[in-house]
Design a protein around this ligand. Structure first.
Ligand SMILES: Cc1cc2nc3c(=O)[nH]c(=O)nc-3n(C[C@H](O)[C@H](O)[C@H](O)COP(=O)(O)OP(=O)(O)OC[C@H]3O[C@@H](n4cnc5c(N)ncnc54)[C@H](O)[C@@H]3O)c2cc1C
Length: 410
């Protein structure tokens, strides 16, 4: 494998860089590579951090093949430049050596509900601009899915400690184990002097299959399992229903337990797997078995009953999938993990904020809700997406929030 420097030297530093154009936060890739090669990594890190405060995270877990790497011009005839390796190194170095700038406080209080990627991004932007930020988080630490979902073998937790330390040094007030919408309501915040509320509570509620057997003791939801895998006794044979990123993370976590055999049950074909290609590849290398065209129809004590699914190609080129109830088979298992998507929790229903049919926050293109002073971003707005998408939208919301705050505080 090439060194990071060799990787940087391969970058053509294109004038109209397609890698940057296809990055949701438009990372200044040629400029950063130039600075890196000229030994100015502090400046490179500063540019990355101010454009995307979570660059140390996204460089590790972004779906690079869809963004920068997938659009590298070098990839047309050979190997694309793996910019994310340079970005990871520079961003981490920057966080580790970061001196907290002297920031003039403006005394304006803002509440942030949810300490996931969107909440961290917003808090950092606010703190850097002198706001007085209080972050309310339902769990006992910051990170959201970065801590309570993505397995540590994919994202090291010490990175999150670095972020926490930086935010605390910048003056963040952190209220862990505090769920907005149960005891403290959004409406309670304004009388205490908060001028705006940013909601980034994500989509932590797992979707149900709606099958008989779903409440049995050996059945778990992937997002619950990934929060604290050690708390679960899965037995040796584990069936995971679903084939998205969350399913793969659950399968790869489960297979790390001694003697476990993990099978993914997927109702479509290999080409329809929505998880990142690399994650699927790694799961297969680790021994996760995939059964495609299998629709779970019932969960029993020792097996998942499935029916075979037929892939039908239509004359107009479209494809559909149809269950064949004459072809029934049982997949023996000691436990079942369900990973078929997530939605927003119920707490925010009481907020008086307009919600979409899916229960997500109904916001305009700048993240404003129908309640003045209440803004939102991240998965609670978009539904389950990616970290870099959460950062990109949060940045836009921050700009609008600043305009709003100028009007209400002058
Ligand atoms: C298992 C898994 C793997 C993933 N892998 C990737 C990946 O590899 N790459 C990628 O880019 N994306 C990945 N994603 C998606 C990505 O993690 C999300 O898009 C991103 O975390 C969304 O950020 P967020 O801040 O909106 O929400 P979250 O990360 O969900 O954070 C929301 C936070 O709000 C807190 N909260 C909830 N309700 C309340 C309340 N009422 N009051 C206070 N706090 C509250 C939660 O505890 C949580 O800390 C993955 C998702 C999952 C589930």
């Amino acid at each position: 494998m090439s060194t990071i420097k060799q990787e940087a030297e391969r970058c053509l530093r294109c004038k109209n860089a397609k890698c940057s154009a296809n990055c949701p936060v438009k990372t200044q890739i040629p400029e950063v590579v130039d600075l890196f090669l000229n030994g100015n990594i502090k400046k490179a890190g500063e540019i990355l951090f101010h454009n995307n405060p979570l660059s140390a995270v996204t460089s590790v877990i972004c779906p690079h093949e869809r963004n920068c790497t997938g659009h590298c011009i070098r990839g047309l005839k050979g190997e694309p430049v793996m910019f994310y390796r340079i970005e990871e190194f520079v961003s981490r170095f920057y966080l580790e050596t970061m001196e907290i700038p002297k920031i003039e406080k403006n005394g304006i209080k803002i509440a942030v509900a949810g300490a996931g990627p969107a909440g961290i991004t917003m808090s950092l932007l606010l703190l850097l601009h002198g706001y007085d930020v209080t972050m309310f988080e339902a769990q006992d630490n910051i990170g959201g899915i970065l801590r309570y979902g993505i397995p540590p073998f994919r994202l090291s937790r010490d990175l999150l400690e670095l972020y926490k330390d930086i935010m605390l040094r910048m003056g963040l007030h952190f209220r862990p184990n505090t769920r907005i919408g149960t005891n403290i309501m959004i409406d309670d915040l304004f009388p205490d002097g908060y001028k705006a509320v940013f909601v980034s509570t994500g989509t932590g509620r797992p979707n149900k299959l709606g099958l008989i057997g779903e409440t049995l003791g050996h059945v778990h939801f992937a997002v619950d399992y990934l929060k604290s895998p050690k708390a679960f006794n899965l037995g040796q044979r584990v069936a995971v229903v679903g084939a998205g990123n969350v399913a793969i993370d659950a399968a790869r976590t489960a297979i790390r337990r001694a003697h476990s055999h993990v099978t993914i049950l997927h109702f479509m074909g290999e080409e329809n797997v929505t998880a990142n290609h690399e994650e699927v590849e790694m799961a297969q290398i680790e021994g996760v078995e995939f059964i495609h065209y299998a629709q779970a129809v019932r969960i029993m004590e020792n097996a998942v009953r499935c029916v075979r699914v037929n892939r039908i190609e239509h004359e107009d080129g479209s494809v559909s999938f149809e269950e064949d109830y004459s072809d029934v088979f049982d997949v023996p298992t000691d436990s079942v993990i369900i990973a078929i998507g997530q939605g927003p929790g119920a707490d925010m229903k009481a907020a008086g904020v307009k919600l979409t049919q899916r229960g997500l926050f109904d916001v305009n293109e700048n993240g404003e809700t129908n309640t003045p002073g209440v803004f939102a971003a991240g998965d609670i707005v978009s539904g389950p997406k990616t970290v870099v998408d959460a950062v990109a939208f949060t940045k836009r919301v921050f700009e609008r929030m600043e305009e709003y705050l100028k009007n209400v505080t002058e």
